[in-house]
Design a binder for this molecule. Structure first.
Ligand SMILES: NC(=O)C1=CN([C@@H]2O[C@H](COP(=O)(O)OP(=O)(O)OC[C@H]3O[C@@H](n4cnc5c(N)ncnc54)[C@H](OP(=O)(O)O)[C@@H]3O)[C@@H](O)[C@H]2O)C=CC1
Ligand SMILES: CC(C)(CO)C(=O)C(=O)O
Length: 300
């Protein structure tokens, strides 16, 4: 594959700003209302103003690399909005959490998508302002695990941009590992209204977080992805202590801001896929019900 030169992104939120500010000449896809709003208020990242060029979906021309960074709740609209940016050689990277966004994008634009995971960042966005300590990285690869020319081309491009990246031969494993984290951590933080520090204390919130993680591990194994049985303990012992105790995952940020959550991508997907194997999912059933109740209470 030829060198990646042109790029566009859809979703100038926490991750869109985090990665987009490093991509020279990136076009931000946005409808006219968003462009008016975004132009009226500059994007500020860790205290520095970032400038972006905006382009409407109708003005699109094919680009070499397309980054999808919207929330799962609005992915279908974004898939329609990127149509004119996808040409025969366009590579699409989706940094959405969960394990289904690539499948949706690939169904609309077959053969263009690399599977990917955004991991290790602590990005918090308020309006047009982003604050982070850890920029994290993009793990990506072919669904098949093959190390193709386009995987190398994306790695070269991200290296040139200064975006930490990891080409992976086992991207499905990486996705299920991240799903385990999000399914436990994000849902427990939202349902029990706790920051990372609260979830590190023994108690009901931590017990439910671990029970949900265990369900993801069992389901991954049934799907042929060999997450180890103690993958939850490894995460809690090694990664969690590095998180700011006052910080919080994106789902608790969504709940506090009364935004629709990505619960369908976590408990929703786990419950649905587990049914195929007759596997009970009491922890994910609990989180699904509780988070739906919280969303239903936004209007009151
Ligand atoms: N935040 C984090 O630290 C991490 C997030 N993730 C995942 O990354 C994904 C993105 O999350 P995050 O960056 O936090 O989300 P944000 O809500 O911060 O950003 C999403 C942005 O997408 C924009 N958007 C939505 N629909 C469209 C559209 N049709 N056209 C153009 N722009 C659109 C929204 O614009 P507007 O505000 O104008 O509506 C919003 O600014 C999620 O799946 C999340 O779970 C993964 C790892 C870490
Ligand atoms: C793992 C974590 C918590 C931060 O990268 C995340 O993915 C999120 O906030 O949704």
């Amino acid at each position: 594959m030829k060198k990646i030169k042109t790029s566009a992104l859809i979703g100038l939120g926490a991750l869109g700003i985090l990665f987009g500010r490093k991509m020279p000449g990136v076009q931000v896809i946005a409808d006219e209302d968003r462009i008016a709003r975004y132009s009226a208020e500059p994007v500020v990242c860790n205290g520095e103003e970032c400038k972006f060029s905006y382009v409407t979906p109708a003005e699109g021309r094919p680009v070499d690399l397309l980054l999808v960074a919207v929330k799962a709740t609005v992915l279908e609209q974004a898939i329609q909005d990127i149509a004119k940016f996808v040409g025969p050689d366009t590579v699409i990277l989706s940094v959405l959490n969960g394990i289904t966004s690539e499948e949706h994008i690939d169904a609309a634009y077959p053969g263009h998508t690399l599977w990917s995971v955004a991991i290790g960042m602590d990005a918090t966005r308020t309006g047009r302002t982003l604050v982070f300590n850890q920029a994290g990285k993009i793990q990506f690869g072919e669904r098949s695990g093959e190390m193709t020319d386009r995987v190398q081309a994306v790695a070269d491009y991200l290296d040139e941009c200064g975006i930490a990246n990891e080409p992976c031969g086992d991207i499905l494993y990486k996705q299920w590992n991240k799903l385990m984290v999000n399914d436990g951590l994000n849902q427990a933080a939202a349902a029990f209204d706790q920051p990372y520090g609260g979830l590190r204390q023994p108690g009901e919130a931590q017990d439910m977080m671990r029970a949900a993680m265990q369900e993801v591990i069992r389901l991954a194994n049934l799907e042929g992805v060999p997450l180890p049985p103690d993958n939850d303990v490894r995460f809690i012992d090694t990664m969690m202590p590095t998180f700011n105790p006052e910080g919080m995952p994106s789902m608790r940020q969504d709940v506090l801001a009364k935004r629709p959550t990505e619960v369908e991508e976590f408990a929703g997907v786990v419950r649905q896929r587990a049914k195929k194997y007759g596997m009970p999912t009491p922890a994910n059933d609990f989180f699904y019900t509780r988070i739906r109740e919280i969303e239903a209470g936004y209007d009151q």
